[in-house]
Design a protein around this ligand. Structure first.
Ligand SMILES: [Zn+2]
Length: 435
């Protein structure tokens, strides 16, 4: 593939067209108010939210792609100067508001970059997106799949967001005299908050910038910035910690709810660090509260003040597997390289690929107390070399899991710290000015 043509969620100078999957911070690193390197393609909702995140950004650079339409971009080959064409379609990723996948087509073949996505089996929206993707592909083979592999490990088995949302409601209902804080990011989980508000008939406090976002997304009446109006508050995830909850409980009885797929693996990775903040001195216990029929009554108790609920905006392992099985791509690359239980997707899904890929040693487990990192390609070199663990930094430790040991060279480790994937190719055809 030739460099200098298109980039997805990667913002360095040198491409002719840039694609943003969604506005989460790990996908916009490198984007600044003064960024100017080319047209930036995104969904309509992302474009609407964009000025909130980047107030001084030159909005004339934005190009909106409506879902389910093919757009044609006239580009050129940097090496030959010859015109080339890329066709692109945005498809609902059902992750946070505005999140899309990009399906690219050209003489290079067919590539799908999922960004972050959650396609639940029971979701109507996911079904529509699935049909859109299959119709777009028709009988064409998918050559490359860049996959959201955040939870690409059988350890991650969690229910649909609908079920998890009911667990959140159950927890709040069973604490009628408590204040409630729910940890959320600056974007995402709006449907959860809206559901809680509707079912319990209460407003939810959000911080002022979050209220602006809610209003832009059309959630007008359920949210407030007045603490006196409600006992339920959605607070920034970065301020959600055991210490915060301890402090709040010195004033009023308060419980915290963390909706996330991540703490769900805590049972397995006991003592490997806190997902909620640097609290190594606190003992962590995870307890399933099961009803007699076996269903979870209300998430897990993380500590005496905190519940975790497996409300995830990333697909669980079974959903990822179903997705790959459906598409049967010729090659797969994970876009997330350091998660609590990282496994190269080919380890599990190589059998679904049309052609064989190198899979000498594909299991790697990196523990990170921080958010996941976006990367380029994962390079697994050998099953016998040792890893330069110093390069992984203080907070990222290599683990051995059974007989499966990761072996990563210096180059691949450095590459992991890069954001996004630069997609380039040699050949593309003609343009329609329809964006
Ligand atoms: Zn995301």
């Amino acid at each position: 593939m030739e460099s200098g043509i298109i980039s997805v969620d990667r913002w360095s100078q040198g491409s002719q067209a840039y694609f943003l999957t969604h506005l989460h911070a790990d996908h916009t690193r490198g984007l600044t108010p003064t960024w100017k390197w080319g047209p930036l393609f995104c969904s309509r909702i992302t474009a609407k939210l964009f000025p909130l995140k980047f107030p001084q950004f030159k909005l004339s650079l934005l190009r909106v792609l409506d879902l389910g339409h093919w757009y044609t971009l006239p580009l050129f080959s940097p090496s030959s100067g010859q015109p080339i064409t890329v066709h692109v379609m945005a498809i609902d990723a059902h992750h946070c508001p505005g999140a899309v996948m990009y399906l690219f087509r050209g003489e290079f073949g067919c590539m799908l970059y999922t960004g972050d996505f959650r396609w639940e089996r029971t979701s109507r929206r996911a079904q529509i997106a699935r049909n859109m993707l299959l119709n777009a592909l028709k009988q064409e083979k998918l050559d490359s799949l860049y996959l959201d592999n955040t939870y690409c490990n059988p350890l991650y088995s969690f229910p649909s967001r609908e079920v998890a949302a009911r667990q959140v409601v159950n927890i709040i209902s069973s604490h009628p005299n408590h204040d409630i804080v729910i940890g959320v990011d600056s974007l995402g989980k709006e449907d959860l908050l809206h559901y809680v508000s509707q079912v319990l008939k209460i407003k939810i406090w959000v911080w002022p910038e979050r209220l602006q976002t809610m209003h832009l997304l059309g959630f007008q009446d359920n949210f407030t910035t007045k603490t006196s109006l409600t006992r339920v508050r959605a607070i920034p995830r970065y301020s959600f910690s055991i210490e915060t909850l301890e402090g709040l409980n010195m004033m009023r009885p308060t419980i915290g709810i963390m909706p996330s797929g991540l703490p769900w693996a805590k049972e397995i990775f006991k003592g490997k660090g806190s997902a909620f903040g640097p609290s190594p001195s606190h003992s962590v216990t995870c307890t399933n509260r099961k009803k007699p029929n076996g269903s979870l009554a209300g998430g897990q108790i993380y500590n005496q003040y905190i519940y975790t609920v497996p409300y995830s905006e990333h697909s669980c392992f079974a959903e990822i597997k179903e997705f790959v099985q459906l598409l049967q791509p010729a090659s797969i690359k994970g876009i997330v390289a350091s998660s609590p239980s990282y496994v190269e997707p080919l380890y599990y899904f190589g059998k679904f690929c049309g052609k064989k890929q190198e899979s000498s040693m594909l299991y790697q487990k990196l523990w990170s107390e921080e958010r996941v990192e976006r990367v380029e390609t994962i390079q697994i070199k050998s099953a016998t070399k040792t890893t330069n663990s110093n390069l992984q930094g203080k907070k990222r430790r290599k683990k051995q899991v059974g007989l499966l040991v990761s072996h990563v060279n210096r180059v691949s480790l450095l590459r992991r710290l890069r954001r996004g994937i630069k997609i380039t190719d040699t050949d593309f055809p003609a343009y329609e000015d329809n964006i």
